[in-house]
Write a protein that binds this ligand. Sequence first.
Ligand code: FRU
Length: 546
Amino acid sequence: MSLQFLIELAGGVDNISRILAPEGRVVVAVRDAKQVLPTPDFVVEESVLGEWQLSMPRCNSISDEDLATLGRLIAKQQKAIAQNYLKPTDCPYRPQWHISPPQGLLNDPNGFIFHNGEYHLFYQWYPYACEHKDKYWVLLKSQDLVNWNWQSIALTPSDWFDSHGVFSGHAVSHEGELLLFYTGNTRLGHDRKRQTMQCVARLNADNSAEKLGPIIRSLPEGVTEHFRDPKILFRQDKWHMLLGAQTTDLQGRLAVYHSNDLMHWSFDSLYGDDIAPFGYMWECPDMFELNGKLFFVFGPQGIKSQNPNHTIEHQNRIFNIEQDNQGRFHFGDGWQLDAGFDFYAPQTMETEDGRRVMVGWMGLPDEVDQPSCDNGWIHQFTALRELKWYGGRIVQSPIRELAELRESQTILSLDEHGIDLATKSYELNVTLPWGSALKLMSDEKFGVLLELDKAQGVLRFDRTNTEIRQGDVVRELSLDTEKDVHLQILADSSSLEVFINHGEHVMTGRVFTPASATHIALNGACANAEFAALKSVVASTFAPMQ
Ligand code: FRU
């Protein structure tokens, strides 16, 4: 029986929301069960987790190309429906210069790269609610890394190999083309059995993407279906694909594949025994050199902290890593990239002038209820940060281009009486003594504290007194110094990114206080601070409205 037969039974292409191809069968999910025609015996009709599905045996006459043709039609519908979710909702928590979704949920940065004279940055997007469901890729581009322009909904979960999410991945600029590598996530049957494939698509000149299909269809031995987030790099004369993996005994690892042509891949090995045990899953690998030294960045999950205030087990890490002459990877020392609340799944790219620039998801996997959800959206990206290897440590600073956002620069005398800044989007540079506490984003009721606790030797980021609905409220960072501490603070409506001692540490957190909570005060000391209001550039990151 042909695929066309199943499509007609389902009430036509417009009534099909999903296609699946589990072993030996083909399945379509329909939008409206009432439009389904009477089905012969060999077609099974059933409700699978609230979705009406029709399935039949897959006969030889149904080719991958037939499935791809239906996938393209589903993609067209998905893009048309998502058009209704492109208008940014009004919201006092919306950032003025960080990237946020118009509606729905944003998570990881994807495909961050300089290609054909433009910076490309995609994001993981679920358009329809503040929930982690079937993910899309949205494309933004920039000439200057500050002004980002909306381009397209590049990829949708339209095909049998990515029906439940075009998951995260990186891009490769190769022979003038931009190839997008991602993980196709599917869920099969009543028990939602996860099926994972590594896939590739090519970006077209009109910013749509053409899926070329799966390039790794099965798993190597010893891992679970938690096997995702391809990063591609060229080393030792071949392409490497790095994947985040979970072993069957539930340990996180790095999986590596090799290829000569980017399309045919052979499994090399799992890596990470040298630091094990280190969490139950590793997500979103990245790898790059700084000053000739190789580093590996990833999101280990299941990392417990000694500090009772730190309960979130989804973390971020950077490790020094070496590749020997046989191509094998060996782990060295590791550090946290960001010691704040909200930093995950970062990606880096090399700028035209050779800097290593990183952007992260300012959010965490399990937190999906925050005040911005009342206005239909959640999560945002971090500021773009330059990474350096300096004096034996990783140092991060906001990219120098962000200085363009400064509107007016003034010196403020901070003390306990406080000042109304009249904005929540600003940059503040200040050096503080131990024992002092900066109160930001505050009014009579709410406020965030950055406290240098001399007795404990920690910088405490305390968002207890905010409108936060989920997540930890206190983060403490031990600072190995008795000297005054320099803070460069980037604020943007509902977030603070704190660069400590010129980027030796960073603490990032979303902070929800009322729009009118624009006061700042310094308890326990007086200090002069350099202040600059930051202008809004975010409008162009949303689709132009017809
Ligand atoms: C990390 C992550 C990735 C996955 C993506 C799905 O936040 O879980 O591992 O590809 O999000 O949106």
